[in-house]
Design a protein around this ligand. Structure first.
Ligand SMILES: Cc1cc2nc3c(=O)[nH]c(=O)nc-3n(C[C@H](O)[C@H](O)[C@H](O)COP(=O)(O)OP(=O)(O)OC[C@H]3O[C@@H](n4cnc5c(N)ncnc54)[C@H](O)[C@@H]3O)c2cc1C
Length: 391
């Protein structure tokens, strides 16, 4: 019998597995795909996520981003940059494979190519059922992403409501020089061009990730929006992106900051399975690795005390709340304001350079959304004056 079985080998699962194994637990991580596996994602890893991971191999870093260029609905644009790195651009198939190998090196048993079909909760153990095997464990950590089997089988969540978004994304090979011409040095691009949500172009070594995302409730004809977006960006940049797309990926993404159940007897949910994603930016890797780390610590405490009850595991909820989930609620307030008053927000970002810089610092991890919201409230007279002067 294992101390913990971790279902899903994305960033949340691998960090939970690595940390649990380092803490002396016997751990099995089950991943349904075979590494290296594709995950639909922009692959941007913020500095605060890197700090939790503890740095990554140089080869995994395709580009570095020190700032962003923001596009308004009419394609006028402006850029802001910090002296410090805000994020690195990676390919998820490489990053996730590397993280899983690190978990294995730490002593976790990593079994890829084995999908979990069912999880059965007994009084004294959990049985995790795959098509090949039936494993037993003291507890289970659900790191199996937005379509989590563990969340469903544990009864924690049977379906998402309106609090989940849908993204379309393509990885387009342009060649190194064209990527530099397309996005510019050390920048990422965000397009607030239509309806709700935003589009992005993230540069990788020789290709770009281009995509759009919207809340599902507003995601009518997303494919049409994506085609128009890619066509417009191709025209704006005079680069044929549209003609070089070989496949379009779509994937759901939960929005964080909503009250949700995160645990039960013998079970914890982490990362996307728990709904831990920045509701403004769609950043999820930081929250995945952070919650994976906390889950591993709480699992170690449960193994030590022999107590796997919902009551004992409440510690996980409290620590997530303290370390980032309260802040996701502040992020949700910010997202509701920014998307609800999009024109005003974009103008403020454009005209008040300091506002833009402070936001970049928030993404980098130098300040929290809670602090950023407070800072914005104090700054609002200055921002307003700048808006009036620039009219
Ligand atoms: C289009 C798009 C772009 C994004 N861009 C960014 C970005 O640039 N930066 C950022 O920080 N975040 C981004 N995100 C969010 C980010 O991808 C997720 O938040 C992050 O991957 C969550 O990590 P995770 O480990 O919780 O889940 P996942 O990465 O989804 O990993 C879950 C793993 O579980 C496995 N699994 C699922 N079911 C089972 C099963 N039954 N049995 C076994 N294994 C199973 C899956 O194969 C997968 O490997 C983006 C999301 C989308 C959709």
């Amino acid at each position: 019998m294992y101390d913990a079985i971790i279902v899903g080998g994305g960033p949340a699962g691998s960090i939970a597995a690595e940390r649990s194994a380092r803490g002396g637990l016997s751990v099995l991580m089950l991943e349904k795909a075979t590494y290296p596996r594709h995950k639909t994602c922009g692959g941007g890893v913020s500095q605060k996520a890197l700090d939790v991971i503890g740095g990554i191999d140089k080869e995994l870093i395709e580009r570095e981003a020190f700032g962003a260029r923001i596009f308004l609905p009419d394609y006028r644009n402006f850029a802001g940059m910090l002296d410090d790195r805000v994020a690195v651009m990676t390919r998820r198939e490489n990053l996730d494979h590397w993280l899983a190998r690190r978990a294995e090196d730490a002593g976790a048993v990593v079994q890829d190519g084995e999908a979990v079909k069912d999880v059965v909760f007994n009084k004294d153990c959990v049985e995790v059922v795959t098509s090949e095997n039936r494993y037993r464990s003291r507890m289970v950590i659900g790191s199996d992403g937005v379509n989590s089997t563990v969340a469903r089988r544990s009864g924690i969540r049977t379906h998402w409501g309106d609090d989940v978004g849908l993204c379309l994304e393509a990885e387009v090979k342009l060649g190194e020089t064209a990527v530099e011409e397309c996005v510019g040095d050390r920048l990422t691009e965000f397009y607030f061009i239509r309806d709700w949500g935003y589009g992005w172009v993230f540069p990788k070594r020789d290709h770009i990730s281009i995509g759009i995302g919207k809340l599902i409730a507003r995601a009518h004809n997303l494919k049409g929006s994506f085609s128009r977006f890619v066509r417009d960006v191709s025209v704006q940049k005079n680069i044929d992106i549209e003609g070089r797309i070989s496949g379009i990926n779509n994937y759901r993404i939960p929005a964080g900051g909503y009250p949700r159940r995160l645990h039960g007897d013998r079970v914890l949910l982490t990362g996307d399975a728990a709904g831990f994603v920045d509701p403004f930016l769609g950043e999820g890797i930081y929250y995945a690795v952070k919650s994976g780390e906390i889950a591993a610590d709480v699992a170690a405490g449960a193994v030590e005390s022999g107590d796997f009850s919902e009551r004992f595991l409440q510690e996980y909820v409290s620590r997530c709340e303290k370390e980032f989930n309260y802040d996701l609620k502040s992020a949700l307030k910010f997202a509701n304001f920014a998307y609800g008053h999009r024109d005003l927000f974009l103008k403020a970002l454009w005209r008040d350079k300091r506002l833009f810089m402070e936001y970049l610092r928030t993404v980098r991890g130098d300040m929290t959304y809670t602090d950023f919201n407070r800072w914005c409230a104090c700054r609002s007279p200055v921002t307003l004056a700048k808006l009036i002067i620039s009219r």
